[in-house]
Design a binder for this molecule. Structure first.
Ligand code: NAD
Ligand code: XAI
Ligand code: MG
Ligand code: MG
Length: 347
């Protein structure tokens, strides 16, 4: 474990160099890791574990699309692919990667298989932190741990295949065996994390729900829509509005921020752009702080969790969600994006 100075604040970080894949294999050599749920995180984590030489089985509802996907990925029914409860019974470490709402419905069946000494793993602090709403209260004689990759399961897998990695946060909620810390670090490295940042279940879920509703997804989608709309209303063509809102951001400026930070991106734009952006940045910051505070309050109060649980409990949830995403896809903004993306020069 290394202590790293993040802009003046010291934090603990586990590096792959210190906790190697070899060490993870050693810690997990007598464990059967059951990955429950094969949606987005399930495949990423299960395949990376398998490729890292860990004994893995998958638990998934038979006949679902995710079951078919698991078969296509080489998991074999009756050998490495089972129904949920059978996999939970066979596993010594149960990785609960069902959707957060699905975890509530599957909990009673899963709980029966959580016998003394096993470990229960999550990739989100949701179920345990909001236990009053989810009913997820693990028995006291098992380890309860978390590794939350900070990105999509799709990127976890693709970066692993490129020999890179995604960073994750990790936490121990309950250490019944004395092995919880070693188990969680081994799992974190074996699923393909590059670096592991220490957190708690509560901090992980509060920051994750805020981040995805805020800048990472909700805010960025909203501000794209707002600027595109204003430019269109002021007489700009769709391609011009899209290029000045999304395309230049993702293709030119965002990679500069990713590589060397915001000041580097600013430094590589004109002095005209720098002057204006420095002046306007504060207005956007001040306009959004109240919205972000409302959002954080809504997360902490459990309201966001309640909305997710309630929405997911409706029978037509998937259909309604698909309709909302289709609405986004078919909007002038994203239809323009479809065409603009085809015009990216290739070598
Ligand atoms: N999607 C991501 O990339 C991502 C990133 C970080 C953390 N997480 C966390 O990882 C966990 C899994 O998320 P996901 O996005 O992979 O989930 P998902 O929505 O893809 O669903 C995973 C699986 O749950 C199954 N499922 C859903 N409802 C069920 C039910 N009632 N009974 C039994 N099975 C059911 C589905 O068949 C699917 O295979 C969540 O805790 C999530 O917050 C996800
Ligand atoms: C990939 C995200 C947004 O980071 C994750 O938190 C999720 O819920 O899918
Ligand atoms: Mg999330
Ligand atoms: Mg996240």
């Amino acid at each position: 474990m290394a202590t790293i100075n993040f802009g003046g604040v010291l934090e603990n970080v586990v590096k792959r160099e210190e906790f190697s894949v070899k060490k993870a294999q050693d810690v997990l050599k007598n464990e059967t890791v059951a990955v429950i749920g094969y949606g987005v995180q399930g495949p990423g984590q299960a395949l990376n574990l398998r490729d890292n030489g860990i004994s893995v089985i998958v638990g998934q509802r038979k006949g679902t699309n995710s079951w078919k996907k698991a078969l296509a990925d080489g998991w074999e029914e009756g050998r490495t692919l089972f129904e949920l409860e059978t996999a939970c019974k066979k596993g010594t470490i149960i990785m609960n990667l069902l959707s957060d709402a699905g975890q509530i419905q599957a909990w009673d069946g899963m709980k029966k298989q959580l016998t003394k000494g096993k470990a229960l793993y999550f990739s989100h602090g949701f179920g345990v932190t909001f236990h009053k709403k989810t009913g997820i209260v693990p028995p006291p004689d098992i380890d309860v741990v978390l590794v939350a990759p900070k990105g999509s399961g799709t990127s976890l897998r693709s970066l692993f295949l490129k020999g890179q990695g995604l960073n994750s946060s990790y936490a121990v909620f309950q250490d019944a065996t004395g092995k919880a810390q070693q188990r969680v670090l081994a799992l974190g490295i074996a699923i393909g994390s590059g670096y592991l940042f220490e957190t708690t279940f509560q901090k992980e879920v509060y920051s994750d729900l805020t981040g995805e509703r805020g800048v990472l997804m909700g805010a960025i989608a909203g501000i794209f829509e707002a600027q595109f709309k204003v430019l269109r209303q002021r007489g700009h063509s769709p391609s011009e509005a899209f290029n000045e809102t999304v395309e230049e951001f993702t293709q030119s400026l965002m990679p500069l921020i990713a590589d060397n930070g915001m000041d580097w991106m600013f430094a590589n734009c004109s002095t005209t752009a720098q002057r204006g952006a420095l002046d306007w940045k504060g207005k956007f910051r001040d306009a959004t702080i109240p919205v972000l505070n409302n959002l954080y309050d809504s997360v902490v109060s459990g309201k966001e969790a309640e909305i997710v649980i309630e929405a997911n409990s409706q029978a037509n949830y998937r259909t309604k969600l698909e309709a909302e995403l289709a609405n986004m896809r078919n909007s002038e903004l994203w239809q323009t994006g479809l065409e603009v993306r085809k015009l990216r020069p290739k070598k």
